[in-house]
Write a protein that binds this ligand. Sequence first.
Ligand code: R5P
Length: 292
Amino acid sequence: MADLDDLREGRDFGLEVAAGNQGYHVKGAAHLPWGMKDRLSRIFNPKTGRTVMLAFDHGFIMGPTSGLERIDLNIIPLIQYADCLMCTRGILQSVIPPDTNKPVCLRSDAGTTILTELNDNVLIDIEDAIRLNVSAMAVMLSIGDPDFEAKTIANLYKAVDLGSRYGIPVMGVTAVGKQMVRDARYFGLASRICAENGANIVKTYYCEGFEKVAAACPVPVVIAGGKKLPEKEALELCYKAVNDGASGVDMGRNVFQSASPAAMIQAIHAVVHDGLNPEQGYGLFNDLLNSD
Ligand code: R5P
């Protein structure tokens, strides 16, 4: 048991030294078996090492929230622009056409409307994940929450054990525990705990000092977008995140609640994969919006 009484905060993150990829384009995955690498390569573009995941799993705790009232009308037209789809199995099998041929990062735990953002120690049956041919399973962690931290770490552990058995990567999703603040210290802690417990991908939030969060996490970090921002600010968020070490984004509301979701996801894609700066990305957004 580590001695937590004299916990010294990390100071040297080697920010001037890029993390080596050991011959495989996904961070921390060089030693994984073929099936894992095949699935990770479907999520992270082998040319850029990055991904634009489209998250539309919100209904599992929020119901028909704005922009997701009709997944068939709201989301299906966007699928062509996403590198990966993040959703629940209910939406996947009832609405998403099986011939879209996009990798799926399946929300594999459950939530409640009473304690939004906290899962209830439920995990999908791995056989269902295999039947659905998913490329990753997403499991939420509530680090710092006295009621949910242990349960959610146990859930991640179980998912990693099952995923390892069948070659399915696991994404640890960091929910913000009640007593924690959204800073680099907290996200660094939560992200590292995900990776240490075996997550192959970590989803967290951008914050000041994010470069330390990404540097200290031995697997790829993708950022959630959070609440809807003006489009230019959302593009700035993407730009700063990938320049500070994120391997991409897993965004929902900033896409499907945009004035033009199709223009927005294409602009995000250009910032993440093609190196457009926020001004260029916003210019592209406006061009696409006006050509609608
Ligand atoms: C995460 O657990 C949520 O269910 C969403 O997938 C996530 O928050 C990303 O969506 P947004 O960009 O809207 O925050």
